[in-house]
Design a binder for this molecule. Structure first.
Ligand SMILES: [Mg+2]
Length: 428
């Protein structure tokens, strides 16, 4: 191996937490026609047919991946060899059809100086996913911060998302907010965060029964609430009423949960001391989480937040690994970098960069969405999760292993996505 290749590999690995390999893969394929077919002075659009041909081939690779997974042979899928870190696809992705819409909005084919970008591909995948899932959607789950409202803010009363979420419920779709925010059993606190949306429910004068299909799952997967149209409030559902067996294996083991949080807290304190920031941040300990939050007037950079979340992930992985009898073995199973899912002797967790803080939560959104799927009898191809944290230091990426996903970057994009979706639902 040449030194150049080694250096490339090292550089790539060190930045892996800032990339999405599937999007990078598509981007790299579209770069060839951009380089070869774009003629600066030519008026005729020569790129569209070439981009469409490539997207058609990717559609086939996705279908092949779905078929191989269904046959129990995921390693046979060609796409798995080309993009090794790939999750699952729960539906086909009509990329060619989606390109028409995205190209109209982003002028991809006619661009002469800016090749198809990460955001172009992200929007393309989002639209393709909406096109395919609209006809069978039964459950939609939303992240909270950055997805429905600004970080740490409450759901605004005048947000256009209020009407769009009501429209989803009117179409018979179940809606849940799956958020890291953890307030154990505290319906009032969640009602406060969601005040604008719940006011919208209360002001809606038609069929109020639809609102019983609205849920909130806090602490990633730990605290479930359901909206009651009768008294117009959220109600806590005790764990024993809905928790599936796979969750009970670890969720009642309070000693080991606290031991895990102690390990995380101690390591975060150690790293903060090494960085010289222990006086400038607060360590917040909750029942099922521990977090680092900057004190007023201080801000941690994205690099510092990523460093803390990756550092604590490494320590917790080792801690979980040591708890598996007979380790070192091959029993550990990982999803992305930040997420672990439970084996009988490990505690699942999620360590992530929350945008301005870092949290280690017990449990994760993969478990959260699975709990809802089991409760509401829906499958992966009927479930859609909308979130902003799909890099490996984020907490939405885990859901890719149990349902279809949409990657947005702010509440305005969520609004765009829901307008596309509700327009399609209206036509079905
Ligand atoms: Mg978020």
């Amino acid at each position: 191996m040449s030194s150049r290749t080694s250096l490339y590999d090292v550089t790539y690995q060190l930045r892996a937490h800032k990339r999405d390999r599937f999007i990078e893969f598509i981007k790299s394929l579209l770069l060839t026609p951009f380089i070869l077919s774009t003629k600066p002075k030519e008026q005729q659009d020569r790129n569209t047919p070439r981009y469409l041909e490539i997207l058609g081939c990717i559609e086939e690779l996705v279908e092949d991946h779905i078929n191989c997974v269904q046959m129990g042979k995921p390693d046979s899928a060609r796409l798995n060899r080309l993009v090794p870190s790939l999750g699952r696809f729960f539906t086909k992705l009509p990329l060619q059809q989606a390109y028409e819409y995205i190209n109209e909005n982003r002028s991809i084919s006619t661009r002469r100086f800016v090749p198809p970008s990460f955001n172009d591909i992200r929007h393309l995948l989002n639209h393709a996913q909406i096109l395919e899932i609209a006809k069978q959607l039964k459950l939609i789950t939303f992240d909270g911060d950055y997805t429905l409202y600004a970080d740490g803010q409450d759901f605004a009363k005048d947000s256009a998302l209020v009407g769009l979420i009501i429209s989803l419920l009117q179409h018979g779709i179940k809606v849940a907010i799956v958020t890291a925010a953890g307030y154990p059993g505290d319906a009032v606190r969640y009602e406060q965060r969601l005040s604008g949306l719940l006011d919208g429910f209360r002001n809606f004068k038609k069929n109020k029964d639809i609102f019983s299909n609205f849920y909130v799952l806090g602490g990633e997967c730990n605290y479930l609430f359901q909206y009651s149209p009768e008294d117009e409030h959220l109600h806590y559902i005790p764990e024993e009423e809905y928790q599936p067996e796979f969750l009970k294996e670890w969720s009642t083991d309070e000693d080991r949960i606290q031991e895990m949080l102690n390990v995380a807290e101690n390591h975060l304190k150690k790293r903060l001391k090494e960085m010289g920031y222990e006086q400038k941040v607060s360590i917040i300990r909750k029942m099922r989480a521990v977090g680092v939050s900057p004190k007023p007037g201080f801000k941690l950079s994205r690099e510092q937040l990523d460093e803390l979340s990756l550092a604590v992930q490494a320590v917790l992985d080792q801690h979980n690994f040591n708890k598996i009898p007979g380790s070192p073995t091959t029993k550990r199973r990982r999803i992305g970098k930040s997420i672990s899912i439970p084996f009988s002797n490990t505690i699942p967790y999620c360590a992530f960069n929350g945008g301005s803080d870092v949290w280690v939560d017990i449990g994760n959104k993969l478990i959260g969405v699975k709990v809802l799927q089991e409760l509401l009898k829906t499958e992966g191809h009927e479930t859609l999760h909308v979130g902003d944290q799909f890099l490996s230091t984020g907490n939405d990426i885990a859901t890719r292993n149990c349902c279809c996903t949409i990657w947005i970057t702010n509440p305005e994009e969520t609004q765009d996505v829901l307008i596309q979706l509700t327009n399609m639902l209206a036509e079905i």
